[in-house]
Design a protein around this ligand. Structure first.
Ligand SMILES: CCCCCCCC/C=C\C=C\CC(=O)SCCNC(=O)CCNC(=O)[C@H](O)C(C)(C)COP(=O)(O)OP(=O)(O)OC[C@H]1O[C@@H](n2cnc3c(N)ncnc32)[C@H](O)[C@@H]1OP(=O)(O)O
Length: 723
């Protein structure tokens, strides 16, 4: 796992642990052996540590952390001490990335050089820990306190040029990194090493540490609300200036141990792997990412120049994929093109894109008013409003107009893909591509297969998601798919809580304190109360009844229409300056609780004869989350989602579920399924008119076991395969 190569008078230690050169046990062993061997060889005058493949080193092997008691010697700090104490100079030669423990290895070395394109960083905070092999004690000795606090607490990666500027690197190389490392090594042979050993030098500006810490702490608390690790990162860097090197390193060890055993880090490590596992799709027929090739997509069409269509077009052109945007009303088309241009202008303003890049994007965007213009594209995404008949008409027409190989995708957020596909003669090439609004910002893409969608079609839209930078999850068709179907239960309970005693701000506050980026009523104001109203009207129409503000039940199912009263008052949310909250036109980001809304709610309750009472925060959390969790288990049971990780990724990226709480499925696993099941049964008894409280069979089966079944085994209980 570490290749030992002698090249003239140099020993080259090449870390060889694909795919990302993580510091697994054998790598750590190999580094220690290599350093010792090189020191014992009189012919060797200097040592170079380099990574094989595309990367220097991605850091500690995160998988080892789940069984940290079994982490075998040598641990990374003793590897590092062997490197630092080497009597011969050790140079790290960085290309690709040096992350976390990988950067720590470099900081143990006497010299660090890197390719121009290399990036370095301490992403540990993103998995809820801190750099635990003296990174928090060593970095400030090179870069100063303020920079170290920012870099470690944010987890951001910086490029080689910036790393050089901040003292982390000794040289930025333009040529072959190994050749440059060899030349560099020859120049430093024989030079004294003590001043190059970071454990022997002091932190500059140590006297300022408390002031620097307070400023950084205030920023971190605001930016990473609710998260523990960023604060511990700052504390550990502060220690580096207040204590001896050895004492600060021992404290760092104590802090990382505490973090690693904590709930947030366990959830964040789970989230890291869940996100990666989502891309490993598999269909019930056995086709999977490993055995199915995507088709080539070189041109696309997007139908509908409204908010969604424009947003989707931005995602495609930003990735260099040409788009024909079709909108039958020329004025709407013009407006859509302007919206797209405006979105890209925003990116230029934020320096996420140069004006030249914007111009290139606009060059590959064409407008059209007829579907005929899509005859030759490889893939079409329909993004018209949510109406099954309209979508079926469009798909039937596309089937006639487009070449036989064109994939036909719908951005429907709820409708059955099979019903759309059956309007065509190519149901194998019909698939759902459900973007979340605003499509050019939200990273989630929920791809939906129908009963006839082919593996190649699935592979193609999964690959398209990757190409446009989305976190892409595959699910099976059903009403609302995974995201909206499970989130609807969450929203329904939030509305019922309004009818029983809460105000919007009470519910939002509790759920924000739980960790949601925004409570459901702030989200509703942002997305538009009119949008929710329209969806509810469509659903009622499809179900054959008229929904009014008087409706309380349909088919024995409780319905809350309190939001519809706001719609009727023209309170659509931020866009009208009033919704669940009121907004000062000069500060639309700040929702202000509105006594008029309280009056509407109280009035609604009085009219409906609903008794109000005080509802404790714990009930708010349970009602919203457990209702969703129960539905998530049903989704798993019906194999709408293939694995619990897929559901959690959808909630994190679609509904801002806090990553440090994992997702509804992970959360349920931590609460304990027995407890979750008991509470679902309790609410089912209390609220018999909400079918989302009917306990899921899968949840019942799992909860009936005397020991908790690990998440990785839940799938085995689907379809009665295990009892
Ligand atoms: C109880 C107390 C005990 C205390 C013991 C404390 C000991 C502490 C000592 C040292 C501590 C050091 C801390 C660390 O170093 S933590 C790790 C920090 N590093 C990271 O977080 C990097 C994470 N990885 C990435 O950001 C990316 O993977 C990247 C390296 C940029 C590559 O990206 P990309 O090319 O897009 O590839 P993927 O992300 O898809 O990854 C490919 C596969 O590799 C797996 N992977 C990646 N990094 C790691 C890793 N560090 N450990 C294990 N596995 C890793 C990833 O899951 C993919 O796997 P698969 O293909 O199976 O999905």
């Amino acid at each position: 796992m570490v290749d030992y190569i002698i090249d003239q008078n140099l020993a080259i230690l090449a870390v060889n642990n694909p795919p990302v050169n993580a510091l697994s046990h054998h790598v750590r062993e190999g580094l220690v052996e290599g350093i010792k061997k090189a020191n014992a060889n009189d012919q060797v005058t200097a040592i170079v540590i380099i990574g094989k493949g595309k990367i220097f080193c991605s850091g500690a092997d995160i998988r080892e952390f789940s069984n940290h008691a079994a982490i075998k010697d040598p641990v990374l700090t003793s590897v590092g001490h062997t490197i630092e104490n080497s009597g011969k100079p050790v140079i790290s030669a960085i290309h690709g990335n040096a992350l976390g423990g990988g950067l720590e290895v470099a900081l143990f070395c006497h010299y660090r050089i890197a390719s121009e394109s290399a990036r370095v960083g301490f992403p540990e905070v993103l998995i809820g820990i801190l750099p635990g092999a003296e990174g928090t004690v060593r970095l400030p000795r090179l870069s100063g306190l303020s920079f170290a606090m920012d870099m470690i607490a944010s987890g951001k990666q910086i490029n080689a040029k910036d790393a050089f500027k901040h003292g982390i690197l000794d040289k930025v190389c333009t040529g072959n990194i190994l050749e440059e490392a060899k030349d560099f090594a020859k120049k430093v042979i024989g030079q004294p090493l003590d001043s190059r050993r970071l454990s022997r030098i002091n932190v500059e500006d140590a006297s300022n540490v408390d002031a620097v810490f307070e400023v950084a702490l205030a920023q971190v608390k605001k930016k990473y609300k609710g998260q523990i690790a960023p604060i511990y990162c700052l504390k550990s860097v502060r220690n580096s200036a207040k204590m001896s090197f050895d004492k600060a390193a021992a404290e760092e060890r104590r802090l990382i141990t505490e973090l690693m055993l904590g709930y947030q880090s366990i959830a964040l490590r789970y989230s890291f792997f869940a996100e990666r596992s989502a891309s490993k799709w598999r269909l019930p027929c056995g086709a999977s990412v490993n055995n199915t090739k995507p088709s080539k997509i070189e041109s696309t069409g997007v139908i509908g120049a409204g908010t969604m269509g424009s947003g989707i077009a931005v995602c495609l052109i930003r990735a260099g994929i040409p788009v024909i945007l079709v909108e039958k009303d020329p004025k709407m088309l013009e407006k859509g093109m302007e919206t797209i241009s405006g979105i890209l202008d925003g990116s230029v303003k934020l320096k996420r894109m140069t004006p030249g890049q914007k111009a290139k994007c606009m060059e590959i965007l064409k407008g059209a008013t007829s579907l005929d213009k899509l005859s030759n594209v490889d893939l079409v995404i329909e993004a018209v409003y949510e109406n099954l008949e309209l979508k079926r008409q469009i798909f039937a027409q596309l089937d006639k107009v487009c070449k036989p190989s064109t994939l036909l995708c719908s951005n429907t957020s709820t409708l059955d893909i099979d019903k759309i596909a059956s309007a065509t003669n190519r149901p194998d090439k019909v698939v759902g591509t459900h973007f979340f609004a605003p499509a050019f910002i939200m990273r989630l893409l929920e791809n939906v297969y129908g009963s006839k969608t082919s593996p190649t079609t699935v592979a193609t839209v999964m690959e398209l998601g990757r190409r446009i930078g989305k976190v892409t999850v595959l699910v099976k068709t059903c009403y609302g798919f995974v995201g909206n179907r499970t989130h609807q239960c969450f929203g329904a309970e939030a509305s019922f809580l309004l009818e029983e005693g809460c105000l919007p701000q009470d519910i939002d506050q509790v759920l924000e304190e739980f960790g949601m980026a925004m409570g459901p009523f702030k989200v509703s104001d942002l997305s538009g109360i009119d949008v929710g109203w329209r969806i509810r009207q469509e659903v009622a129409k499809a179900a054959g009844f008229k929904l009014t503000t008087e409706t309380r039940y349909h088919n024995g199912e409780r319905i809350s229409t309190v939001g519809d009263s706001l719609f009727e008052m023209g309170r659509y949310g931020i866009k009208t300056g009033k919704g669940w909250y009121k907004y000062d036109p000069t500060n639309l980001r700040k929702p202000v609780p509105d006594s008029d809304v309280a009056d509407v709610i109280l009035d609604h309750c009085a009219k409906m004869g609903l008794q109000r009472c005080k509802i404790p925060p714990q009930e708010i959390i349970e009602r919203c989350l457990f209702a969703a969790v129960n539905e998530c288990f049903r989704v798993l049971e019906e194999r709408v989602a293939e694995k619990p990780e897929d559901i959690d990724v959808i909630w994190q990226y679609g509904f801002s579920f806090p990553r440090y709480a994992g997702g509804p499925m992970f959360y349920a696993s931590q609460v304990g399924l027995k407890r979750v099941y008991e509470r679902v049964c309790f609410y089912h008894e209390k609220f018999p008119y909400s079918s989302h409280w009917i306990p899921s069979d899968l949840l019942r089966k799992l909860a009936s076991h005397s020991v908790e079944i690990p998440m990785s085994q839940w799938k085995e209980f689907v379809n009665g395969s295990k009892l």
